[in-house]
Design a protein around this ligand. Structure first.
Ligand code: BGC
Length: 346
């Protein structure tokens, strides 16, 4: 394995950005930026052996800044997904947050972790990115020291290790918001991709796109992905929850604990399969329902349903739903989650 660094232009404010390439001996690679700890590319072989870059992204830092609200490839923090009413209570004390998607707080606020430059070091085969989020940032209590470690193995497993520690009780929910198109990042609609998820329940959405609190059974619904289903079959199902999300934009309650296989995404055209394993309790599947038409890497056309984000995470709004697995991180306690994306082909 090799990790190489190269200058990659600068932000609009003139701060230089570095791009890291983690390359396997056979030439497959992933690319990560110190800006936002963003996954910028993932080039893996299809069934003919040809490399396809299957991760949506941009060619310049300025584009990541301008179009940040799509969260392409982003490392999302301090708290992924929505917090209802942009507020929570911790031990009786209210904490108002930035309401960047009024009235809710989404993906860490106005300026989430994806919009900061991270410190970096290369440690053996790993790229280690670190960032200290000060107390009060976007309204959160506690200064949070965060580490995102990326590795890429010779057999094409991209592993993301997420660690954090806070100096006061706080809320943490880190994830990767990479969008995948396993036919190639400019490969159009992902409707023919099949997806399976090891879950028998999902968090039902209320009208404000936060969970109602009900864990709804997947049985007999388009959310039953215990056997693989084409994404388009879900979109076209006319289920009220699909209408609410504009497609899939839901969190599945994963079965089991510890690092386990959670989901399998497959593209029949390219033959590429992505198997996601994680320690996280939930998996948000977002079929880019609101992604505006835009130009991505190499002038590729991106937009609605042209990629799918598989966000291994704590449940949305968990801090306000005591029955959900807790996203509270107590002072001095270690936060540690793993997300692994394994790429294979038939
Ligand atoms: C959310 C969507 C949101 C999107 C923004 C997803 O994780 O679930 O509702 O629009 O991120 O890119």
């Amino acid at each position: 394995m090799s990790v190489t660094a190269r200058p990659w232009g600068a932000t609009r404010e003139g701060t230089p950005v570095t791009l890291f390439r983690l390359e396997a001996p056979d030439g497959a690679y992933v690319q990560v930026l110190d800006y936002g700890a963003i996954l910028q590319a993932a080039a893996v072989p299809d069934r003919t052996g040809r490399l396809r870059d299957v991760c949506l992204g941009f060619d310049t830092p300025a584009e990541y800044q301008e179009k940040h609200d799509g969260y392409l490839g982003a490392l999302v923090g301090r708290c992924a997904n929505r917090i209802r009413g942009a507020r929570f209570q911790l031990d009786g004390r209210p904490w108002p947050l930035a309401a960047n998607q009024p009235p809710n707080h989404l993906h860490g606020g106005v300026r989430g972790f994806d919009q900061y430059l991270w410190d970096h070091r290369v440690q053996d085969d790993a790229l280690v990115l670190t960032r200290r989020s000060p107390a009060g940032e976007e309204g959160y209590p506690g200064a949070l020291q965060t580490e995102a470690q990326y590795t890429f193995t010779p057999d094409h497993v991209l592993r993301l290790t997420l660690r954090a520690v806070s100096d006061a009780d706080t809320v943490v929910n880190l994830t990767s918001h990479a969008y995948w198109n396993l036919n190639g990042h400019g490969g159009g609609d992902v409707g023919e991709h099949t997806l399976s998820i090891d879950a028998i329940a999902y968090t039902e959405l209320a009208a404000d796109n936060c969970p109602t609190g009900t864990l709804a059974s997947v049985v007999g619904t388009p959310f039953d992905l215990r056997i693989p289903r084409a994404l388009s079959a879900g979109w076209d199902a006319g289920h009220p929850q699909i209408r609410q999300g504009g497609g899939y934009d839901h969190n599945w309650a994963l079965r089991g604990r510890g690092l386990r296989e959670a989901a399998v995404l497959h593209a029949p055209e390219s033959g590429i399969t992505l198997t996601l394993s994680t320690t996280q309790p939930g998996l948000q599947v977002y079929t880019a329902n609101f992604l505006p038409e835009m130009t991505g890497k190499g002038r590729a056309a991106y937009g609605r349903r042209r990629g799918v984000a598989l966000e291994a995470q704590g449940f949305p709004n968990a801090v306000n739903q005591p029955e959900f697995p807790s996203t509270v991180l107590r002072a001095g306690e270690p936060y540690h989650q793993e997300i692994a994306f394994a790429f294979t082909h038939d």
